[in-house]
Ligand binder design. Structure first.
Ligand code: KIV
Ligand code: ZN
Length: 512
């Protein structure tokens, strides 16, 4: 008999805690929609009490998502739980995930609370969360370094108080598979009421063992895994969803569990998260890396051609790899374009957005003979979809480079609708372009990351650029794509400036 393994995705909460991975509300909604297509059971949409922006994003996701449960994180404090409860109110299915630390080091040094006070606060927090939803999850932060007898006591009490899911986090990525599995075995054997709840594992990857530890927990009774797309997350990240899901699917003989995940949505989800956060996926990453299904050695190629299973344990198509299919061309009409977007699971909010995307598609098709699915995805991301009124908007660019000369760039863009033309030199064409923009904008921001990725194969591929900017403690990722990588860079830079601008407005409306 196979048992159901619940997939709890925390890309939008723990994933967003990766340095520089902060996302706008619209970006979070797009990821949440993709997570729903992926059929994750629970989407942890954020930490409602962290900021008004987080609260808004959780609420908007709760309004949008229909089939997955939408969850907000909350410490056990009244303020956090009330914020989480209000944020998830519109959800068809809503959960509050409340937590408090239980390790001696956290209780003494961080919380300055005694173990008895921690137990009392945990019970109170769970009871308060139950005022909003009967789906309450409790986590013992730093469970990995907590005394097992104390964990048994805390978990027994919160189960009595009404928690339905008990999450055991390896907050600092300290465990190893044998020890983590053993911890689950003992907790499930010893905690009163253990059979009434779902046991959940949440592992960080500091020693590179988040996936292995999570799977060891599953072998020892965990029936929920907390994970993120591409393994994004605080520090070295969390367990990666795609690896957990495929391990359980490919080795059902060992795990005897199954998930509800539509695995064909894994690669699109990975791409979307990478695009939005600016975190590239390493080529040799399991399941979603560009080389995950590439066979280099002649012996392997020969074997795969004769019989695929000689060297492949899963099929690329099953996890959503499409073979760079040419989908549309210059002569394709609006209906074919709309249909292909639908097939790719891309929803545009209005006819006007569709018309604008179609205009961008026609423009691209004039410059690029073959349009792939990846091109369409880029067309509706980053610089393309903006949140209402853009402060800066790219118009055009001309650029001159010659061996032995300093490159020059001339950029035309609008600032609140007014056209501006800027010109500058730089060490390279991208440097010249950024210098030109900055000569007018004087943003005072610091560039933390500049990365260029070819979206598809071939030299006519679009370049996808990420520019990560920081200012006054805020970090944003700007995205831009174009067959001309200097143009893509200008778009990405302006996109990042727009995000910095909108964050300033949202945080300090009185300043603008
Ligand atoms: O790593 C951790 O302990 C967490 C908890 C809040 C679940 O993210
Ligand atoms: Zn975590």
């Amino acid at each position: 008999m196979t048992e159901r393994l619940i997939i709890f995705d925390t890309t939008l909460r723990d994933g967003e805690q990766s340095p520089g991975a902060s996302m706008t509300k619209d970006e979070k909604i797009r990821i949440a929609r993709q997570l729903e297509r992926l059929r994750v059971d629970v989407i942890e949409a954020g930490f409602a009490a962290a900021s008004p922006g987080d609260f808004d994003a959780i609420r908007a996701i709760a309004e949008t998502i229909k089939t997955s449960t939408v969850c907000s994180l909350a410490r056990v404090s009244e303020k956090d739980i009330r914020a989480a409860g209000e944020a998830i109110k519109p959800a068809a299915k809503g959960r509050i995930h409340t937590f408090i630390a239980t390790s001696p080091i956290h209780m003494e040094k961080k919380l300055r609370m005694t173990p008895d006070q921690v137990v009392e606060a945990a019970i109170k927090g769970v009871k308060m969360a139950l005022e909003y939803t009967d789906d309450v999850e409790f986590s013992a932060e730093d469970a990995v370094r907590s005394d097992i007898d104390f964990l048994v006591r805390v978990f027994g009490e919160v189960i009595k108080a009404g928690a339905k899911t008990i999450n055991v986090p390896d907050t600092v990525g300290y465990s190893v598979p044998f020890a983590w599995g053993d911890r689950f075995k003992q907790l499930i054997e010893r905690t009163p009421g253990a059979d009434k709840v779902v046991w959940s594992t949440h592992c960080h990857n500091d020693l590179g063992m988040a996936v292995a530890n999570s799977l060891s927990a599953v072998l020892n009774g965990a029936r929920q895994v907390e994970c993120t797309i591409n393994g994004l997350g605080e520090r070295a990240g969390n367990a990666s969803l795609e690896e957990i899901v495929m391990a359980v699917k490919v080795r059902q003989d060992i795990f005897k569990c199954d998930t509800n995940i539509d695995t064909s949505q894994i690669v699109p989800a990975s791409r979307l998260v990478s695009q939005i956060t600016g975190y590239p996926v390493q080529p040799n990453k399991a399941v979603v890396g560009a080389n995950a299904f590439a066979h280099e050695s002649g012996i392997h190629q020969d074997g795969v051609l004769k019989h695929r299973e000689t060297y492949e344990i899963m099929r690329a198509e099953d996890v959503g790899w499409s073979a760079n299919k040419i989908t549309l061309g210059k002569l394709s009409g609006r209906n074919a374009f709309k249909q292909r977007l639908q097939d790719l699971g891309i929803e545009l909010d209005s006819e006007q957005e569709l018309n604008e995307a179609f205009a961008r598609f026609k423009d691209l098709a004039d410059r690029k003979s073959e349009i792939f699915d990846e091109d369409l995805q880029a067309l509706v991301s980053g610089d393309s979809i903006e949140e209402g009124d853009e402060h800066y908007k790219f118009l055009s660019l001309s650029q001159k480079s010659e061996t032995g000369e300093r490159p020059q760039s001339r950029v035309a863009f609008t600032v609140e609708g007014e056209e501006v033309v800027a010109q500058a030199q730089g060490n390279g064409p991208v440097d010249a372009t950024v210098n030109a923009i900055e000569s007018k904008v004087h943003s005072g921001s610091e560039l933390l990351l500049f990365s260029v990725n070819a979206i598809t194969t071939g030299t006519e591929s679009q370049g996808e650029v990420t520019m990560r900017l920081s200012k006054g403690g805020r970090i944003v990722n700007g995205l831009g794509s174009d067959p001309d990588i200097v143009v893509a860079s200008a778009k990405a830079y302006l996109n990042a400036l727009n995000k910095l601008q909108s964050k300033v407005e949202k945080l300090n409306p009185q300043l603008v």
